[in-house]
Design a protein around this ligand. Structure first.
Ligand code: SF4
Length: 235
């Protein structure tokens, strides 16, 4: 008997405070990495599949079978829908473990599956933290930590949901909400380490997009005048 199970209230309609569609939890990961990337994917609906994104997709397909089973006394729920009405976000957790606590109730413990290995940036952690914030709202239980499971290392990295990470996550959601409300994609800022690893680099073209518009126009004009199609005397 699962009397210790906290009630889940996804209410699946996590409308943002300003109304409208909930922000996808996956967008939070993209936005921490680069706000422009999040806007290109979620506002302009651009996506570029490369080997890395394809690997991630396959990993998630393998973990997307919804299920509820007990492993060594821990209830594990896969592909769990999550939502927060307060934050206006919604999405799905790869896996949530419901661990027995000293008070006789269960404490949710989200686990997100990622390709590669632990990163230097906090994008994966913020996505996981957003899941924890949803679980706290849905169950009324504190969610102090979770884990990222990386396919390359095949190990879990424990992520404490401390104040810094919660502030980063909530401020990122606020920035995303502003971008979605304005329907304007932020300008590109070329950062070599981020842009070179970004699957959207060919679509974003950050070196060009980050030039001041007049410089861009001059370069375009020069390119056009230098084109063999524009040789003097030719129509
Ligand atoms: S290429 Fe760079 S600026 Fe463009 S979306 Fe990717 S990370 Fe952002």
């Amino acid at each position: 008997m699962d009397t210790g199970s906290p009630p889940l209230d996804a209410s699946a309609s996590a409308e943002s405070q300003a109304g409208g569609e909930p922000i996808p939890i996956s967008a939070i990961q993209h936005a921490v990495y680069c706000l422009r990337q999040a806007a290109l994917i979620h506002l302009e609906r651009l996506w570029a599949e490369n080997r890395l994104t394809a690997e991630g997709h396959v990993l998630h397909l393998a973990s997307d079978d919804a299920g509820n089973r007990k492993v060594r006394g821990v209830r594990r729920v896969s592909a769990l829908h999550l939502a927060s009405r307060r934050l206006g976000i919604a999405g799905m957790a790869d896996l949530v473990e419901f661990r027995a606590s000293l008070d006789g109730l269960e404490t949710p413990y989200p686990v997100e599956i990622k390709r590669g290995k632990p990163k230097l940036h906090r994008a994966d952690e913020a996505q996981l933290c957003a899941q924890a914030l949803c679980l706290e709202e849905m169950t009324g239980r504190a969610v102090p930590e979770g884990a990222l499971f990386y396919a390359e290392t095949r190990r879990r990295t424990v992520v404490p949901f401390d104040l810094d990470l919660r502030v980063l996550t909530e401020s990122t959601i606020a920035r995303l909400r502003d971008v979605f409300a304005s329907e304007k994609t932020p300008a590109a800022t070329y950062k070599a380490t981020l842009c070179r690893a970004c699957s959207l680099i060919e679509l974003c073209r950050p070196k060009i997009a980050s030039r001041p518009v007049l410089i861009w126009r001059d370069h375009s004009l020069q390119d056009a005048l230098a084109s063999p199609d524009n040789k003097a005397g030719e129509p």
